[in-house]
Write a protein that binds this ligand. Structure first.
Ligand SMILES: Cc1cc2nc3c(=O)[nH]c(=O)nc-3n(C[C@H](O)[C@H](O)[C@H](O)COP(=O)(O)O)c2cc1C
Length: 223
C-alpha cells in the first residue's frame, strides 16, 4: 500500500504523535513533563505513542559497525515509530548547554536509515531542568540537526525552569498560569499537525549538499 493510499484510508482521524523524554534516568524530570504532555496532547485530540529513550538508545555511531552489522535495534525502533507518526514531541534534558549525547547519537543513527524519517515531520520540543533557564539552550541545539534533516520544528518551545519544584504530588504543573501556557502551546501544535496532515499544501525537499559531483559520499538524499 502506498503512503498516499494509507493517508486516504486513515480519513481525517486523530493525528498520531510519538512522545518521549530523552533522559535515560528513571526519576527523570523530563519524563514527568512528558507525562503531562501526553495527557494534554490526548485532550487536544491527538493519538499519542508514548516511548522512552531506553528503547532508542544505542552504542556510539560507528561507520564500521554500520557497514559490518547494519543498524542497532534502538535506532531501528526509533525509525519505525517515527515512520508511523505524523509528528513527534521530545522532552529533552540540557547537558552542558546542549542536547544529551544519547539523543544526538540516536538522531545520527536514524538519519542513516532510509527513508530518512525526520523529513517533513512536525516536531515540538520541551525541556525541564532544575535551573532557572529550564534547559532552553539544549532545545536550540536540538533544533539544528532536526531542521537539517527536514523536520518542521514548531517555533514555540516550552522549557520548565526549577522543574524539581514545578510539579504537584499528582504530577501536574503546579503553577496555574504556566499550566495554561503549556496547554495553549500543545493545543496549537496539535492544530498545526492536524492541518498539515489532513490539508497538506506544501512539500519540502531535503537536500544535503555534499561537495563536488564525482566524490564518493555516503549520504545523499532528495525527497
Ligand atoms: C552532564 C550533565 C550536564 C548538565 N548540564 C546542564 C546544563 O547545561 N543546564 C541545565 O539546566 N542543567 C544541566 N544539568 C542538570 C540537568 O538539567 C538535570 O540533571 C536534569 O534533572 C536532567 O534531566 P532528567 O531529570 O530528565 O534526567 C546537567 C546534568 C548533567 C548530568
Amino acid at each position: 500500500m502506498t503512503k498516499r493510499t494509507m493517508d486516504a484510508d486513515r480519513g481525517k482521524g486523530p493525528v498520531r504523535l510519538l512522545l518521549f523524554a530523552a533522559s535515560l534516568g528513571n526519576d527523570s524530570l523530563n519524563q514527568r513533563l512528558a507525562a503531562v504532555a501526553g495527557a494534554t496532547l490526548e485532550r487536544s485530540g491527538a493519538r499519542v505513542d508514548r516511548a522512552t529513550m531506553r528503547e532508542f538508545d544505542a552504542p556510539s555511531y560507528n561507520p564500521d559497525v554500520e557497514a559490518r552489522e547494519g543498524f542497532p535495534p534502538g535506532p531501528k525502533e526509533l525509525h519505525r515509530r517515527l515512520e508511523a507518526c505524523d509528528g513527534f514531541v521530545i522532552a529533552s534534558p540540557e547537558y552542558n548547554a546542549s542536547m544529551p549525547g544519547q539523543l544526538k547519537n540516536a538522531i545520527d543513527w536514524v538519519s542513516r536509515i532510509r527513508p530518512q524519517p525526520f523529513n517533513a515531520k512536525h516536531a515540538l520540543l520541551l525541556s525541564a531542568s532544575p535551573s532557572m533557564a529550564g534547559g532552553n539552550r539544549g532545545l536550540w541545539s536540538l533544533r539544528i540537526p532536526l531542521e537539517h534533516l527536514g523536520a518542521r520544528v514548531y517555533p514555540d518551545m516550552f522549557s520548565l525552569a526549577q522543574a524539581h519544584k514545578a510539579f504537584t504530588e499528582s504530577g501536574e504543573l503546579a503553577d496555574p498560569q504556566l499550566a495554561g501556557r503549556f496547554e495553549q502551546n500543545l493545543r496549537a501544535f496539535v492544530d498545526l499537525v492536524e492541518a498539515a496532515t489532513h490539508y497538506p499544501c506544501m512539500k519540502k525537499a531535503w537536500i544535503e549538499f555534499l561537495g563536488e559531483p564525482g566524490e564518493t559520499v555516503g549520504r545523499v538524499d532528495a525527497a
